[in-house]
Design a protein around this ligand. Structure first.
Ligand SMILES: [Zn+2]
Length: 529
């Protein structure tokens, strides 16, 4: 912009006001304020959003617990800004990490000071206080400070005083926020069709929405050095991609957890696709699988050897994470080959699962698995819920080590007074349980409430598709509400969700049309050729 066309913001605004006979701003009637002041009995956590403009509240995903905004006053993020960090636990890197975030999010370099404070919030909770030219952020450690900065980023908007230099600003703000549950997970699929940048987008988006664990399931896309026949050579991730993403996860406060399927889903491909890695190209590996190719053959010792190699390889690539997901769902066609069908299949399955449990435990890693093969499909207690176990697997659950984390996936709409009975059942058997929703919004909300009410151990949101079908946006927004926010959940704003995705695109930075927005194409070529 050259000098002739530069105008001050004040001049610009007064011009508008004159055109509107002085009413352009003063006459704007704000919508009625949705006053939420309810007590969540289970945790006695009070939501305070007194007199806060819904126009500002809708910017937050997930919605913080207590918000007080004074929109009559502004805090401008310019070179006068001072940021005071209060930490319970000392962190020598907090100062430069905060500076880096303010530079990245708000293009400003404030004066940052860090002090240790014993009464700073615990765990992942944080507090924000912003007035005048001072922002105070308090937390136990830097994870909480990052959450505070993410909240500020959602609230902030850009102003230009001259048309050239721009500053972010927020209203005078007090926020006191804490998560609803400790384990806030997202399960992602890395298909041959998935681009690395998409996984990076989802990791960044999850971190922005205060998730702290991401499971990455490889659909024959992990670049196995030990057994290259078991991944699609031309459509796999590279070791460099994985190293970079694991490092990025650590920087963003998200633990990346690998998943390989060591029971069903053995083709590494969608059942309906008819594809199979490795059998489509390497029939010599048939004996590692049951005849239908969908389930690993547990009676063949070579199966265990191969799975051991590839599990260890993924563990190393993920820098020895605290959890590992072995899949374990939908093993349709188990115990069908000659040696399996003549075996004590229950004992075989117990031995298989406990072998991998031990392998992981030796690496300081806890095993996670889907729940459905561990409860019987013909048990009337589970009618209407996902339960896929067969009589030959009856009793496997009782023999499993109790530190296996059961990931109970139930995707249906909640019934009235829904209790999701399979989840407390696993809990009563002594396991830790993650409730796992998919794309049904009412289901996501119901499972989030169930975790808090019945003291389950967390929520693991699943995705199962590319960002197309407009599913990921809802999963991210409602998943964020269900994992972080206090019930009753408020509505979320999809356009704001897409704004957040755009901000992530700036961070990457994303420069490719198909990777913008929530769809790769506005008009999908496969549907509208
Ligand atoms: Zn077999």
């Amino acid at each position: 912009m050259n000098n002739k066309t530069t105008f001050s913001r004040r001049t610009f605004l007064s011009g508008i006001a004159a055109a509107g006979a002085g009413t352009a701003f003063s006459a704007v009637k704000l919508p009625e304020i949705d006053l939420l002041k309810k007590i969540d009995e289970s945790k006695n956590r009070e939501i305070i959003e007194n007199d806060t403009d819904p126009i500002l509240l809708k910017r937050f995903i997930p919605r913080p617990k207590n918000i007080k905004l004074n929109d009559d006053r502004e805090v401008i993020f310019d070179n006068q800004l001072t940021v005071k960090i209060e930490l319970k636990n000392a962190d020598n890197h907090a100062k430069h990490k905060t500076s880096d975030l303010f530079k990245q999010y708000f293009n400003v370099t404030p004066a940052v000071s860090v002090t240790q404070k014993t009464d700073a919030p615990d765990g992942e909770a944080y507090k924000i206080k912003a007035a005048g030219s001072l922002i105070t952020l308090s937390a136990s450690n830097f994870a909480g400070i990052r959450y505070a900065c993410n909240t500020l980023r959602q609230l902030a908007e850009v102003h230009s005083s001259t048309g050239e230099s721009t500053n972010y600003s927020i209203p005078e703000t007090e926020i006191d926020d804490a998560p609803a549950m400790a384990f806030r997970g997202l399960h992602l699929c890395w298909f041959p069709e998935t681009e690395t940048i998409q996984i990076e987008q989802y990791i960044r988006w999850a971190s922005y929405y205060k998730f702290n664990h991401i499971i990455i399931e490889f659909w024959a896309t992990f670049p196995f050095a030990s057994h290259p026949e078991f991944n699609w050579q031309e459509y796999s991730a590279t070791p460099g991609d994985i190293r970079r993403l694991v490092k990025l996860g650590k920087e963003l406060g998200v633990t990346l957890i690998p998943q390989l399927n060591i029971f069903g889903h053995a083709s590494g491909s969608r059942g309906g696709s008819g594809k199979h890695a490795p059998l489509d190209f390497f029939p010599e590996f048939q004996s590692l699988f049951e005849p239908n190719g969908w389930v690993w053959c547990l009676s063949n010792p070579a199966t265990r050897k191969l799975l051991t190699d590839i599990v260890l390889e993924t563990l190393e690539a993920f820098d020895y994470p605290p959890y590992y997901h072995i899949g374990g769902d939908e093993a349709d066609g188990a115990a069908e080959c000659r040696s399996c069908r003549h075996s004590d299949y229950k004992a075989l399955l117990i031995d298989h699962l406990t072998f991998f449990h031990k392998l992981l435990a030796e690496k300081n890693c806890r095993m996670m698995m889907w729940h459905d093969m561990l409860i019987q499909s013909n048990d009337p207690r589970w009618k209407g819920y996902v339960a896929n176990g067969t009589p030959r697997m009856n009793g496997v659950l009782n023999a499993l080590p109790k530190d296996i984390i059961i990931c109970d996936w139930q995707y249906g709409s909640p019934k009235e007074n829904e209790t999701w009975p399979t989840m407390p059942y696993f809990k009563k058997q002594g396991f830790q349980v993650l409730a796992c929703p998919w794309n049904n919004v009412e289901n996501i909300k119901s499972l989030g409430e169930t975790v808090v009410k019945t003291d389950l151990d967390g929520l693991l949101c699943t995705t199962w598709h590319s960002p197309s079908y407009n599913q990921l946006l809802n999963i991210m927004m409602y998943g964020a509400q269900a994992t972080w926010s206090t019930t009753p959940y408020t509505s979320v704003n999809g356009t704001m969700g897409m704004r957040h995705l755009r901000q992530i695109g700036w961070d990457i930075p994303n420069k490719k049309y198909q990777n913008t927005g929530v769809h790769e194409w506005q008009v999908r070529p496969d549907i509208y050729p």
